[in-house]
Design a protein around this ligand. Structure first.
Ligand code: 13P
Length: 282
């Protein structure tokens, strides 16, 4: 099917009151596993890579992998740069062919975040590539970004940020965190509703691993159109491989244990697609 941008996907989700799952992938097996799940559920899929993932194998390898997988997929697939941490990385991803870019200036001052984001939006707009940015700080650790000092998104700031940057979607900080939660996350869903009332572009929820399904559904009801899942996929992939190698200590064929890692990831992704309400929306 098609290799598309996230623009149409998120507009349709916003309109249809569901969310598109955005899944972090680290290697070819995870790419295949996510797409297999999306095909089984007939759902659109966003595959995304963080800067540390990009450092592991390089943008061209992830691009070629996802592009080839998208070509033979029965559902629309987008490739998104997650937490782009510099103008330069965002431009490299744009040039290589990523179909969606996030620039994360949330650790800068409000003005610097606006200025950096605006530059990326200007550069991407000529190719009609949508840009996601973050306001407020999602807590926890994603990549080298270790945020011990999370900050909620202020609705007034969100209005100004969206107007001044021209972004296509906004990642909001409402109490989720990247990585594993120690207790149950406490989400400020009233804040989400307030932002939704005042900002019309699609909103993005980061740090969804470990957030109870019902809480994710409530965020979608209140206006989230893209939900990011990373840690639970990494755990599933590793658990599948560990299980196979524990049961088969003499195994040495990467295809054998890779297949089990993929099965585990596919199961998790199918469940997340169901939670997002995007099944049947391809
Ligand atoms: P989790 O690792 O908590 O799922 O967060 C994913 C994420 O938000 C990637 O940007």
């Amino acid at each position: 099917m098609s290799f598309v941008t996230t623009k149409q996907m998120l507009a349709a989700a916003d309109e249809g009151a569901y969310a598109v799952g955005a899944f972090n992938v680290e290697n070819m097996e995870m790419v295949m596993a996510v797409i297999a799940a999306a095909e089984e559920m007939n759902a659109p899929a966003i595959l995304q890579t963080t800067p540390s993932t990009v450092k592991y194998a390089g943008l061209p390898l992830y691009y070629a992998n996802v592009k080839a997988a998208a070509k033979r997929a029965k559902v629309p697939v987008a490739l998104h740069l997650d937490h782009g941490n510099s103008f330069s990385l965002a431009m490299q991803a744009l040039r290589i062919g990523y179909t969606s870019i996030m620039i994360d200036g949330s650790h800068e001052s409000f003005e610097e975040n606006i200025a950096l984001t605006r530059r990326v939006v200007d550069a991407c707009s000529a190719s009609d590539i949508p840009v996601e940015a973050e306001l407020g700080k999602v807590g926890g650790k994603e990549d080298d970004l270790d945020c011990n000092d999370p900050g909620y998104t202020e609705p007034d700031d969100a209005v100004k940020f969206v107007e001044e940057t021209g972004i296509s979607s906004l990642a909001v900080a409402i109490g989720t965190a990247h990585g594993i939660y120690k207790g149950e996350p406490k989400l400020d869903i009233e804040r989400l509703s307030e932002i939704r009332k005042r900002v019309s572009i699609p909103l993005v929820l980061h740090g969804a691993s470990g957030v109870p399904d019902e809480a994710v559904r409530e965020c979608i009801r209140r206006g989230i159109s893209k939900v990011n899942f990373a840690t639970e996929l990494r755990i599933a992939y590793s658990n599948g491989i560990k299980k196979f190698l524990t049961d088969n200590p003499d195994a040495f064929d990467p295809k054998k244990y890779g297949a089990v890692g993929m099965e585990y990831v596919t199961e998790v992704v199918k469940n997340k697609i169901e939670v997002c309400g995007s099944a049947g929306k391809a």
